[in-house]
Design a protein around this ligand. Structure first.
Ligand code: NGO
Length: 502
């Protein structure tokens, strides 16, 4: 294990166990092969993914062989069902002559590849050929995640992000073993996914953005492509349609969804909490049934997020009635529901995931929804705004972002424990963690990158790494080594003064 004063690697999230071996480093050369000993196409796809990555910066051919023949020097990927590594765990052994990656599943192999990348020099992340040497220190890693849910939320409603931009975001976050992409697909300012039965949602509701900026929406083909691209990186897409509030774009598109039968204009401001679907009208539930059905059809993941936050324009009793009606709709279409913490005010089905976002801690009043969720036997995904909201400014000088939950610098993103934040919420109640990037103040992907890095790696480490050994001093030295990796990938990151960048 890396001690406090002796960091010999810069891997983030910190592996459960990583030890130096008494051997010379492995060096990639023009002769290096990758051997996919693991049976099955998925493991071979992981090998191909690694090969493509290595070819880019080294310029070496890095051929991939299937089967057990073992040309030397080689990087070997193998599936080993006997090891108790869990679905995402892996072992990685680096010696002078070989690199071995073993996991129970191809998903575990993919996580191992992310570790391997980070053991190589930063220039391996370049998109053009660089000169080596391409050495990997001789280490032995045994790793598995603390929590199964390590999400990244992206608000594509307030600002629309193109297919290419979403793919880049996936590519950047999956390096930190993020395994969920939560797409906030609808809000007051924009509806971003085609629903065939309600076409104006996208064509009208998706035609604008915050500040009146250009809108956009995903066709079902686009969405399927995001799902496919994410799945190839072992990231599950969780789509969110926010209800019953944050529904301005839908209300603007269809007058019949409004209680008074009249559509408001498209909203381009940044206020929250003023819109609501009409809880009394039957057509509201026909609408939701169509939306949930069509979204379920193109979403292989288990969860659909139905929002539920800040429904200040919905009376309390109406809110509970609304969730009572929503519950069977989600079940009918074969999915489980996820919702923001407010949803725990209502009765929820077993298996529903509740997403905590309040900055409240201990037994402060703001923690009550979390306890209500736990009392219902439900698990929480933790996104406390003062640690995990990537739209908060780093400090007073940050040119974009909000500050209602305070400033969140690199240390705040790393220095917290999801199982110790709230009285009555322990390890067994936590499904995992998720960063949230709301985009009211974010103009484009460059801004999004600036707010994501260097904070997301801290949240990812909170979600993946063992509780023991969680030290800011050790972490910030490892984090510093990621600056050059982001430079190589042309990531627009924030040079936090808390981090000793090289
Ligand atoms: C809140 C609100 C969002 C805002 C965000 C800004 C939740 C769950 N609802 O978080 O609509 O965009 O704050 O920080």
């Amino acid at each position: 294990m890396a001690g406090l004063t002796e960091t010999h690697h810069a891997v983030i999230p910190r592996p459960a166990s990583i030890e130096k071996r008494g051997d010379a480093p492995f060096a990639l050369t023009p002769d290096t092969h990758i051997v996919a000993a693991a049976a099955g196409e998925e493991a071979t796809a992981v090998a191909d993914h690694l090969a493509a990555l290595l070819r880019r910066a080294t310029g070496y051919p890095v051929p991939v062989h299937r089967g057990t023949a073992r040309p030397r020097p080689a990087i070997l990927l193998a599936l080993d069902s006997h090891r108790r590594l869990g679905a995402e765990g892996y072992r990685l052994q680096v010696a002078r002559n070989s690199v071995q990656l073993e996991a129970k599943t191809s998903e575990g192999l993919f996580r191992a590849v992310q570790t391997l990348r980070q053991l190589l020099p930063a220039t391996v992340e370049s998109t053009s050929t660089q000169s080596g040497p391409w050495t990997i220190p001789a280490v032995s890693v045994a790793d598995r995640p603390r929590f199964g849910w390590r999400g990244a939320h992206l608000d594509v409603s307030r600002r629309f992000f193109s297919l290419a931009e979403v793919k880049r975001y996936i590519d950047l976050v999956c390096q930190y073993k993020i395994n969920v992409l939560h797409l906030h697909l609808s809000d007051d300012q924009g509806w971003r996914i085609v629903v065939d039965r309600w076409p104006r949602l996208a064509t009208h509701g998706g035609s604008s953005a915050v500040g009146g900026g250009p809108g956009g929406y995903y066709t079902k083909l686009d969405y399927r492509e995001i799902v496919r691209y994410a799945a190839a990186r072992y990231v599950t897409v969780v789509p969110e349609i926010d209800t019953p509030g944050h529904t301005g774009a839908a209300l603007a598109s269809y007058p019949e969804l409004n209680c008074d039968g009249r559509s408001p204009p498209l909203y381009t401001g940044v206020d929250v909490g003023f819109s609501s679907l009409c809880v009394e009208k039957e057509i509201t539930y026909e609408f939701l049934d169509d939306v949930v059905r069509e979204l379920a059809e193109i979403t292989p993941g288990r969860y659909l997020h139905l929002g539920g936050d800040e429904a200040r324009a919905t009376a309390d009793a109406d809110y509970v009635r609304f969730i009572d009606r929503l519950r069977p709709i989600v079940r009918r279409h074969g999915k489980r529901m996820m919702g923001w913490e407010e949803m725990a005010r209502a009765r929820l089905a077993p298996g529903t995931l509740v997403q905590y976002w309040s900055p409240a801690t201990g037994s402060e009043p703001g923690t009550a929804p979390a306890r209500r969720a736990v009392e219902q036997g439900l698990k929480l995904v933790m996104s406390p705004a003062n640690h995990a909201y990537l739209d908060m400014k780093y400090d007073r000088g940050t040119p974009v972002g909000l500050s209602w939950a305070g400033y969140v610098d690199a240390r705040d993103a790393h220095d917290w424990d999801p199982a110790e934040l709230i009285d009555g919420v322990g390890e067994k109640d936590v499904a995992g963690v998720e960063s949230a990037l709301w985009t009211e103040t974010i103009a484009d992907l460059k801004d999004a990158e600036f707010m994501t890095f260097p904070r997301l790696p801290g949240i990812a480490e909170v979600g993946w790494s063992p509780r023991a050994g969680h030290h800011w001093e050790d972490y910030r030295r490892r984090l510093a080594a990621h600056g050059p990796r982001w430079e190589a990938q042309r990531v627009n990151f924030y040079r936090s003064a808390q981090v000793p960048w090289p």
